[in-house]
Design a protein around this ligand. Structure first.
Ligand code: NAP
Length: 544
């Protein structure tokens, strides 16, 4: 067992674990962070694939807990690339001396509640064990890469990569025959960059994607300064916005408004517009316009109007007719999945070295030592890239092998879907907290805003508990009514239509229960609920 056990063990040194370290220390708590990677950064540490970038504007996707940090940090682009976000993470780690409480290259193998001693015991793959009265799982929502089970997958003799586990050292793809499976956010970002380097690029697509052009502007000094001058107001605006985004528009900016993957529909409806007017808007001002409409996300008829306009635009952009047709999504609508943003995605398919393989008409039969065998052909590959996503939201928690009171495992408790209160705690797991857990706004919110709110709430709860040496866990009724509410607000949105198969619903992982996991009721409403709990002495929880 390790010397110097802390008050709180935090699992994960991504942005959640980093802020928790800072915050808990300031509350007078001792902490220890256990991290599988060799350094801080979480998502931005692991996802180093070419083209990786954030889909929330840089000045919004930043911490608000330190005014000095806000003022001293400069972002080079309106939407940041992965290396810049990782630099930001490293800067925070250094500035606040976070690494001194972090243990890297260490994977948690079991998290077990010792009832007699009222402690959480965390076992690791290095043999070291950590114990603490409080455990905070800051393990991220998209941190367990999904590699689908394809026959022969382990036989491939070339280089195999996953976008979510991209190597630190540069990968030389020049002149190589590269195959990529998956056309979600990661694939769509990677494909245009891979195409520039690879000799041949084969894109294996199962579902076509709705993707719109990302804002790709460099940051203007005046705009950055105006943000810095107004950061307190901007943080207030973030707190009042459903997606935790301020939408602050600098007066000195001549930029077109940023487009973010967090849905920000204006109070406009597409259905009442004349067909010519709609078409003109999209053809002249771009696909992004479709994201501005409110009814596209709530009214199936309006949704299909937007889907058709989108399809028409894709046919216009892609030269080869068969390729264009395969790139057009038919079986689900805009707003069902996380909005994807791209840089030159459709143009990439006009390149001579890029081939789209439509898996709907020509499915993968097997991975072979030399490449991929589909029903119609064999594709010889030097490199095979999986851009096949993640076991989202519950994956990392279930993989941690958590056992609570009375020997109950989290895997058993969540066998039919995640059961928790406010995405913060699950009954039977006292004094164990989750940051941005299922049932909280998490992935539907600006993640840094969601993280700060959760960590602050957990820090206050631990302070409250520590003063009286108590155990805390939600009442069964709190979990039940919260889950009913989470389901109720998701119903009737495009997210949960029967044709929608997204990772929000767990539908990307075979056998995973189909449950809409994030809270769609909006960040302010959610935060109010959390604040009320704390202000009224945590009535939804039981203390012992
Ligand atoms: P994803 O959205 O789940 O996409 C995975 C892709 O792999 C889909 O096209 C999927 O096809 C395909 N796939 C999965 N299993 C397959 C199989 N057996 N055979 C063929 N194709 C298969 O994963 P992601 O692209 O990594 O993105 C996940 C999330 O991470 C995003 O939604 C976003 O929240 C976040 N992200 C954000 C950014 C950003 O900030 N810009 C970038 C990357 C990721 P189907 O659709 O048919 O299942």
């Amino acid at each position: 067992m390790s010397d110097g056990n802390p008050d709180v063990v935090i699992v994960g040194a991504g942005f959640a674990g980093m802020y928790a370290t800072y915050r808990f220390r300031n509350l007078g708590l001792s902490v220890k962070v256990i991290e599988q990677g060799s350094d801080v950064g979480g998502t931005w540490y692991w996802n180093r694939y070419p083209g990786a970038r954030c889909d929330v504007p840089s000045l919004e996707y930043s911490f608000g807990f330190s005014e000095e940090l806000e003022q001293e940090w400069d972002w080079p682009e309106v939407f940041s690339a992965q290396p810049d976000i990782l630099r930001y993470a490293n800067h925070i780690a250094e500035r606040f001396d976070l690494r001194r409480d972090m243990v890297f290259n260490t994977r948690i193998t079991a998290v077990t509640f010792d009832e007699a001693r009222r402690l959480w015991v965390l076992e690791t793959d290095t043999g070291e064990t950590w114990e603490a009265p409080y455990c905070v799982m800051a393990t991220g929502c998209l941190s367990v890469p999904n590699k689908p089970e394809i026959p022969g997958a382990d036989t491939f003799e070339g280089l195999e990569l996953h976008t979510g586990l991209w190597p630190k050292d540069p990968v030389d793809l020049s002149g190589k025959r590269v195959g990529i499976i998956g056309t979600g956010s990661s694939g769509v970002q990677a494909i245009p960059e891979l195409a520039k380097e690879a000799g041949e690029l084969y894109v294996f697509q199962r579902s076509a994607v709705y993707t719109v052009p990302a804002n790709r502007k460099a940051m203007r000094g005046a705009v950055q300064q105006e943000f810095k001058d107004n950061y307190r107001r901007i943080r207030e605006l973030q707190q009042a916005n459903a997606g935790g985004v301020s939408n602050f528009r600098p007066t000195r900016s001549v930029e077109t408004p940023p487009v973010t993957s967090i849905r920000q529909p204006r109070a406009l409806d597409i259905k009442p517009m004349a067909p010519d007017e709609r078409r003109k808007l999209v053809m002249e001002r771009g696909l992004n316009q479709l994201l501005n409409f409110r009814d596209v996300y709530t009214d199936p008829e309006a949704n299909e109007i937007a889907n058709n306009l989108f399809r028409e635009a894709v046919r216009h952009m892609v030269e080869d007719e068969d390729t264009a047709e395969a790139l057009v999504p038919h079986d689900y609508g805009l707003g069902c999945k996380r909005q994807v943003l791209d840089r030159d995605y459709y143009d990439t398919f006009n390149r001579d070295n890029v081939t789209l393989v439509d898996l709907r008409s020509n499915p993968i039969e097997a991975v072979t030592p030399e490449g991929i065998q589909t029903a119609d052909a064999h594709f010889d590959l030097d490199v095979l890239i999986y851009a096949t996503g993640f076991d989202a939201m519950t994956g990392a928690l279930l993989k941690a092998n958590i056992t609570g009171r009375d020997g109950q495992t989290l895997n058993d408790k969540w066998a039919y879907g995640p059961v928790a209160y406010l995405g913060l705690q699950a009954r039977g797991f006292p004094n164990l907290f989750t940051v941005t857990g299922p049932g909280s706004p998490s992935v539907l919110c600006n993640m840094l805003v969601a993280i700060e709110q959760h960590v602050d709430w957990i820090g206050d709860a631990i302070t409250h508990l520590k003063s009286s040496d108590q155990l805390m866990e939600p009442l069964e009724a709190s979990e039940t009514t919260w889950i009913e509410h989470v389901n109720e607000v998701a119903e009737g949105t495009m997210y949960t239509t029967p044709s929608c198969n997204s990772w929000y619903l767990g539908a990307n992982i075979p056998g995973k229960p189909r449950i809409f996991m994030p809270y769609v009721g909006g960040y302010p409403r959610y935060k109010d609920r959390c604040d009320q709990e704390a202000a009224s002495g945590y009535p939804g929880f039981e203390f012992s």
